[in-house]
Design a protein around this ligand. Sequence first.
Ligand code: NAD
Length: 263
Amino acid sequence: MSNGLLAGKRGLVLGVANNKSIAWACAQSCAAQGAELKFNYVGDALEKRVGKLLNEHMPKAGMFSCDVTSDDEIEKFFAWVREEWDGIDFLIHSIAYADREDLKDQYITTPRKNFAMALDISAYSLVALSRAAAPMMSDGGSIVTMTYYGAEKVIPRYNVMGVAKAALEASVRYLAYDLGDQGVRVNAISAGPLKTLSASAISGMRKMFSRYNEVAPLRRSLEADEVAQSAVYLLSDLSSAVTGEVLHVDCGYHAMGMYGIDE
Ligand code: NAD
C-alpha cells in the first residue's frame, strides 16, 4: 500500500472539465497522497478531454458518464462504481452551472427556468450524489463540495450562482446532520477566484481578480493546488471531527469588512 494521508482510500471525483478544473487539482493532490480515484464526465467532448487527461496522468483511474440532472445517470454511475469497488471513502463534488446570460447585469431578471436549472445542477446535485454515495461509505466517509463567497455577500454579477451557493452551503449543514450518525462528514471549501472554464462565464472576472489581490490580507491570488491541499485535509482523517463546515481558502478575503481607507 502507498504512503500518504489518503493511502488506502478510494474516492470519486465529479467535475473535471479540463486541466484547469478545481476538481483536477484536487484529483492530483489526492492521488499524490495515495488515493485511488474514479471520475465522471458529461457529454462526448468531455469524455474525450477527461479521457486524455486520465490516460496521460492517471492511467489506472476509470471514468463513467454522469450528468447530475438525470437520476438515471446518477444511478448508472454508482452501479458502475459498485461493479468495480465494494466501498468508497470520499466524494469530491466540484460541479456548478448557470446560464451565461444570468451572470451579467442584474439578479432580478433571472427567469424561473434558469433559476431552477442553476439550483438543480449546482446545489441539488450534492443531495442526490450524497444519497447515492452514503450507502457505499460503510466505514464512514468524507464529502467535499466547492462554494464561493457570493453565497454570503453580494458579488455583483454572480447573481443566481450566489443564491445556488447559499443553498449548497445550507445543504452541507443538513447533509452533515443526516449522515453524521453514519460517520460520514460533509464540508465545503469556499475558494477564492480561480481562472477556470466556469469562472470565464462570469462577466467582469478580470476586474475581480485584480481587486482581489489588493484586498485579500495575503495580497496575492490563489493557486488551484492550494484549494486541493485543503480538500486533502477535509478528505483525510486529519479532519475527523470537522463536519458541516465551510472552510474559506481565499487568502483571507472573507475576513475583510472594509478596505482602502488606510492608504
Ligand atoms: P470547471 O468548469 O472546470 O468545473 C465545473 C464542472 O461542472 C465541469 O466539469 C462541468 O462538466 C460540471 N458540470 C456542469 N454541469 C454539469 C452536469 N449537468 N452534470 C455533471 N457535471 C456538470 O470550473 P471550476 O471553477 O473548477 O468549478 C468547480 C466548482 O468550483 C464549481 O462548483 C464552482 O462554482 C466552484 N468554485 C469555482 C471558483 C472559481 O473561481 N473558479 C471559486 C469558488 C468556487
